[in-house]
Design a protein around this ligand. Structure first.
Ligand code: FES
Ligand code: FES
Length: 154
């Protein structure tokens, strides 16, 4: 199997996997970064959202071979902040967003990517950016409130 060097959360990781292995499974099965969740596996639910060079992407639909070069920097929920003090994480706690929690890492990663490119989002901006992240518990109202709160804290 080919060896790949991946830049994840500020460190280089070597993995020995097939070229078409989804990044999600590299994170979870090979690197034990299990904060990123599997939901649908087909890019439809957002549970597996991570950042690629600051942009939110679906790690279930991205082959490892596509991110194995130096310019590709991946960030997972484990790397968003050292101690859970990213403004989005603080707002999530303040608003008490999570219910079962399953979708929440993906939600937080999408919200953080939005605020990175748009620190002052409107309600529509927030709704549009978060629309691809599904929550079976229906925490959408609290998610939108927490994103707006995080924007004020930037
Ligand atoms: S698991 Fe990747 S989008 Fe659903
Ligand atoms: S909090 Fe349960 S799926 Fe979103």
């Amino acid at each position: 199997m080919p060896q790949y060097s991946l830049h994840i959360n500020g460190a280089i990781h070597q993995v020995d996997v097939d070229a078409d292995t989804p990044v999600l499974w590299v994170l979870r099965d090979h690197l034990q970064l299990v904060g990123t969740k599997y939901g649908c596996g087909i890019g439809q639910c957002g549970a597996c959202t991570i950042h690629l060079n600051g942009n939110a992407i679906r790690s279930c639909s991205l082959p490892v071979s596509a991110v194995a070069n130096e310019g590709m920097k991946l960030t997972t929920i484990e790397g968003l902040s050292k101690d859970g003090t990213h403004p989005v994480q603080k707002a999530w706690l303040e608003v008490d967003v999570a219910q079962c929690g399953y979708c929440q890492a993906g939600q937080i990663m999408s919200a953080a990517a939005l605020l990175e490119r748009n620190p002052n989002p409107s309600e529509d901006d927030i709704r549009n950016a978060m629309t691809g992240n599904l929550c079976r518990c229906g925490t959408y109202t609290r998610i939108n409130k927490a994103v707006a709160m995080a924007a004020k804290d930037l």
